[in-house]
Write a protein that binds this ligand. Structure first.
Ligand SMILES: *Cc1c(COP(=O)(O)O)cnc(C)c1O
Length: 468
C-alpha cells in the first residue's frame, strides 16, 4: 500500500515512511492511495475474532509490504495484553437503542492508548530493522503526552521528550507523565502555555540542522498509523451488534477529528454506518461548519473537557480531501485561506455530501454536567465529561431505528471534579493507579526559550550516547 499527500505535491511513499514522517513535506496529511474493501462474507467471519486478531485483520492491508499480518497479530497481542478489561473495548447497553463503547482500559485511561500502544511497537520494529535511532518530540495539553510516554518507554531505539505547560495541566495528567521513570523518557515543564509548547516544538522541527542531527519524529494525532489503529474498534463494536447485516451509527466526542475520521474510513471499507455524529464543547468550530459550510477559527476557550479545547481540527483535512473527490489543488487552496484568513467555505454540493453522513452538536459545560447526571441517574454509568458530550450528540442526532454506539474516550477518574459536581460521586482511580498521587515524579522545569530546550535535548542525548 502506498500513501499520498492531501496537498498532492509529494511522491507516494510506503507505510514505513508514513509511520515515521507524520506530516507530509508539502504540509498535507498522508492518506492511503485507496481504501481496502471487505465483503459482507469476510465481515461475518470476523465476528468470531478476538480484539488483537481483528486488529491484525483490519490493519494488514494498510501495512502491506512493511508489516505482515503475522507480525501485526503478535504486536496487537502484546499491545492489548495489559489492558484491564478482557474484552479490551467492551460494549455495554445503556438504554433502548443506545450502547457505550468503553475505550479507557489502557494504561493512561484514555482512548489514545488503543492506538499508541500498538503504534509504539510498530516504531520499535521498524527502527530495529533499519537500525535507526530517533528522537520523538511532542507538546501536550494532557492526554496525548502520557499515552505516548507509556507507549515509548524503554524502547532502545528512541528518546522521547514531551513538553507540557508548567502548572497548567491537571495533577492526574501531570503525574501520568512524570511518574513513568525510564532512561529514554524526558518530561519538560515549560514556563508558558500549551500554545508556547506547541510553538516551540514546531520551531524545533523547522530548524533543519537540529531536526536532522537528532532525527526528530512525532507521534501526534495526524500520524496515519494512529488513525489506522482506531479503525479497529469501530469494526469491533459494529460486528458485535450484527453488522454487516445491521446498520449502526456512532457518536464521538471530537477535538482534532482523528477519532471520528477513523469511523469514516471504516465506512469506506465496507462497514454499514448510517451516521457519524460528533460532539464538541464550546470550542465548536466543527458543529458550526456542519451547519453552515464555513470553517472559521476563533479563540480557544478552556472547558471541563480540556482534551477537546481545540480550534483547528487538523484531521478534518483528510475528510475534505475525500469530499472534494481527492482534488488536492482545491484542498491546498482552502487550507491556504484558512491559514491566512482563519476561515474558508465549501460549496453547497460539498456541504450536502458531508451532511448526508455527519452532524455535530455543541455542548456548554452546564449541559455536559447535566448529561453526566442524567446518564448516571438512568443507567448507573459514570461518564467523563468528554464521553458525556458524545451522549448528548447521540441523543440529538441518532435515529431511533438504528442502534447508536457512543465512544467513551476517558475514564471518569481522569476528570474527577466535574463528575463530582454533577453526581456527588468522586470517581476513584483503578487499583493499578491507586498510588499515582504518591509516586516519585521526574521532570525538568525550563524557561520558555528555544535555546533552553535545545540545550536540554543535546545534553540528554549525549548522556544516552555514553550509556550505550
Ligand atoms: C484526545 C481526546 C479526545 C479528542 O480526540 P480527537 O481524535 O482529537 O477527536 C476526546 N476525548 C478524550 C478523553 C481525549 O483524550
Amino acid at each position: 500500500m502506498k500513501y499520498i499527500s492531501t496537498r498532492g505535491k509529494t511522491s507516494a511513499i510506503d507505510f514505513e515512511e508514513v509511520l515515521l514522517a507524520g506530516l507530509a513535506p508539502d504540509g498535507g496529511l498522508y492518506v492511503p492511495e485507496n481504501y481496502p474493501q471487505f465483503s459482507k462474507e469476510q465481515l461475518r467471519k470476523m465476528r468470531s475474532l478476538t480484539y488483537p486478531e481483528l486488529a491484525a485483520e483490519i490493519m494488514a492491508p494498510f501495512t502491506n509490504g512493511c508489516l505482515s499480518k503475522m507480525e501485526l497479530t503478535e504486536m496487537a497481542k502484546q499491545a492489548y495484553h495489559g489492558f484491564s478489561h478482557t474484552a479490551v473495548a467492551p460494549l455495554k447497553q445503556i438504554s433502548d437503542g443506545v450502547w457505550v463503547l468503553e475505550l479507557f482500559y489502557g494504561p493512561t485511561l484514555a482512548f489514545k492508548d488503543y492506538a499508541l500502544q500498538i503504534v509504539g511497537r510498530m516504531f520499535d520494529a521498524v527502527l530495529k530493522r533499519t537500525n535507526r535511532h530517533i528522537t520523538i518530540l511532542g507538546a501536550t495539553s494532557g492526554d496525548t503526552g502520557s499515552a505516548a510516554i507509556e507507549a515509548c518507554k524503554g524502547c532502545p531505539h528512541l528518546d522521547i521528550f514531551i513538553l507540557h505547560p508548567h502548572n497548567r495541566v491537571s495533577e492526574v495528567q501531570r503525574r501520568q507523565m512524570t511518574t513513568t521513570i525510564a532512561s529514554n523518557v524526558y518530561n519538560i515543564a515549560l514556563q508558558g502555555t500549551f500554545d508556547d509548547c506547541q510553538a516551540a516544538v514546531k520551531a524545533l522541527f523547522a530548524d533543519e540542522a537540529f531536526r536532522k542531527k537528532h532525527d526528530l519524529s512525532a507521534v501526534n494525532s495526524i500520524n496515519w498509523a494512529r488513525i489506522m489503529a482506531q479503525i479497529v474498534y469501530y469494526f469491533h463494536a459494529a460486528l458485535a451488534l450484527g453488522s454487516p447485516d445491521r446498520e449502526v451509527s456512532f457518536a464521538v466526542p471530537t477535538g482534532n477529528f482523528g477519532n471520528i475520521f477513523a469511523g469514516y474510513v471504516a465506512k469506506r471499507m465496507g462497514l454499514p454506518i448510517r451516521k457519524l455524529v460528533l460532539g464538541s464543547n464550546e470550542n465548536d468550530i466543527l458543529p458550526r461548519f456542519l451547519e453552515t459550510g464555513v470553517m472559521e477559527k476563533r479563540e480557544v476557550r478552556p472547558s471541563i473537557s480540556p482534551s477537546m479545547d481545540i480550534q483547528v481540527s487538523s484531521n478534518f483535512e483528510r475528510l475534505l480531501f475525500e469530499m472534494l473527490n481527492r482534488d488536492a489543488a482545491e484542498v491546498s487552496r482552502l487550507m491556504g485561506m484558512f491559514r491566512y484568513e482563519n476561515s474558508y467555505q465549501v460549496k453547497p454540493d460539498v456541504l450536502d455530501r458531508i451532511q448526508e453522513l455527519f452532524a455535530g452538536l455543541r455542548c456548554s459545560d452546564e449541559e455536559t454536567k447535566a448529561q453526566i447526571r442524567d446518564v448516571y441517574a438512568a443507567a448507573g454509568e459514570l461518564l467523563d465529561p468528554h464521553s458525556a458530550i458524545g451522549f448528548a450528540a447521540a441523543a440529538k442526532f441518532c435515529e431511533k431505528e438504528v442502534p447508536s454506539i457512543v465512544l467513551a474516550t476517558a475514564h471518569p477518574s481522569k476528570f474527577p471534579a466535574p463528575v463530582r459536581e454533577a453526581t456527588g460521586i468522586t470517581p476513584v482511580l483503578p487499583s493499578r493507579l491507586s498510588d499515582l498521587m504518591t509516586r516519585r515524579e521526574s521532570f525538568t522545569v525550563l524557561p520558555n526559550t528555544l535555546d533552553s530546550i535545545k540545550y536540554f535535548v543535546e545534553t540528554a542525548s549525549q548522556k544516552g550516547a555514553l550509556n550505550d
